[in-house]
Ligand binder design. Structure first.
Ligand code: FMN
Length: 376
């Protein structure tokens, strides 16, 4: 247990003190929203509410899972959940394995619900644990621990392969997810951690009943890099080299592939989202909401709770300004307004056998009118 606790602390320190952002970009720079010089609406009336998995958020933003399991994590989870409550945005805790295997650490996660009694809070466990004895019982325990509204089951094979003490048996996990999904009282969000999802896997997961995804694509925090730095010098540990910067499906592709394979899914567009422009672009190509991790940790580290509050406030303001500037009135406008997809993103979409024009034309239809409310 000490191992998990110190590993989680090392992760925070490395993410904050070393450059562990991937060199590859999200490819969101190849998405252009069209500026409208007469937006034909009042900026102050732009509506940022967004439904997500049966819950209504005040803004399309989710702070994705990061931490828990040690004293430092308690402070982080306290500050973030306070903000989640204040802005009524979503918030995910980090992997709850530490709190499940060592009850005395559960308080570092429970703080999330205590600080934000009414917020959309997401529990978190690694899918690979389903191959290490975890069953519905542990998954339910994670949900109960924080009275979560949903649980993220994370997929992190790249991280595990380059982690000194990594769990690398990912066999048969789709079937294991299927076993829990129907019997759980809250939605399951299948989540990567920075190497992205792809349409083949998302189709498979949709077929077994998964309706929520967190794309966590390439272009932001690289977990392969983090583990490479953490393990440096350890006996037998291999160097990831360029893999840490370039491996995975960039965020823009991860979002588009997920939407193509699962037109009715609820999608968190994440991985390298750094400001309101990234968020607007991610939503415009098919995400429901945007997700961020590293920038939140950085803002909190640099400016404390006040710094974090002003970061989130500014992020939401930027997003609101762009909805206004495309001539929209609400978050759904980002799905309705025309966009341009150009350059490398266009080429990647085509080379994956997807039809861009059809996708862009269909997105409004599939996204807004055909989606059944969550739970039906
Ligand atoms: C310090 C830190 C710890 C993280 N721990 C977890 C975790 O326990 N479970 C998880 O699903 N993702 C975890 N992540 C991954 C994030 O949720 C996110 O998917 C990833 O960092 C990409 O987003 P970003 O580029 O905005 O950081 C962590 C991220 C950070 C920065």
């Amino acid at each position: 247990m000490n191992n998990i606790r110190s590993r989680k602390l090392e992760h925070i320190n490395i993410v904050l003190n070393e450059d562990v952002q991937s060199k590859e970009t999200t490819l969101l720079e190849y998405v252009r929203l069209i500026h409208n010089p007469i937006p034909n609406s009042d900026f102050n009336e732009v509506d940022l509410h967004k439904d997500f998995c049966g819950f209504t958020l005040d803004a399309p933003l989710i702070i994705t899972g990061m931490t828990g399991g040690h004293e430092e994590a308690l402070k982080i989870n306290r500050a973030i959940s306070k903000m989640a409550g204040k802005f009524n945005i979503g918030f995910g805790v980090g992997s709850q394995r530490a709190g499940i295997e060592e009850q005395s650490l559960a308080y570092t996660f429970k703080i999330a619900r205590e600080m934000a009694p009414n917020a959309f809070i997401i529990a978190n466990l690694g899918a690979v644990q389903l191959n290490k004895g975890y069953t519905l019982k542990e998954v339910e325990a994670a949900v109960d621990m924080i009275k979560a509204n949903a649980i993220a089951i994370h997929l992190n094979p790249g991280q595990e392969v380059y982690q000194n003490e990594g769990d690398t048996d990912f066999s048969n996990l789709v079937a294991k997810v299927e076993e829990i999904i129907d019997r759980l009282s809250v939605p399951v969000i299948i989540k990567e951690v920075g190497n992205g999802l792809n349409k083949e896997l998302v189709s498979q997961l949709t077929a077994i009943g998964v309706r929520c995804f967190d794309t966590a694509g390439l272009g932001g925090t690289s977990w392969i890099k983090v583990e490479g730095i953490r393990g440096k010098g350890a006996k037998g540990l291999k160097d990831p080299g360029k893999i840490s910067d370039y491996w995975g499906n960039p965020t823009a592709m991860s979002i588009i592939e997920t939407r193509v394979a699962s037109p009715q899914a609820y999608i968190i567009g994440s991985g390298g989202i750094r400001d309101g422009l990234d968020a607007a672009r991610a939503i415009s190509i098919g995400a429901d909401v945007s997700g961020i991790a590293f920038p939140v940790l950085k803002a909190l580290d640099k400016g404390g709770e006040e710094g974090l509050e002003s970061f989130i406030d500014n992020f939401i303001y930027q997003l609101k300004s762009l909805i206004f500037l495309v001539g929209g009135k609400d978050v759904y406008s980002l799905w309705r307004k025309p966009i341009i997809i150009w350059g490398r993103l266009r080429e990647e979409i085509l080379s994956r056998g997807m039809n861009i024009d059809e996708y862009l034309n269909r997105r409004i239809y599939t996204l807004i009118w055909r989606r059944k409310p969550y739970g039906t």
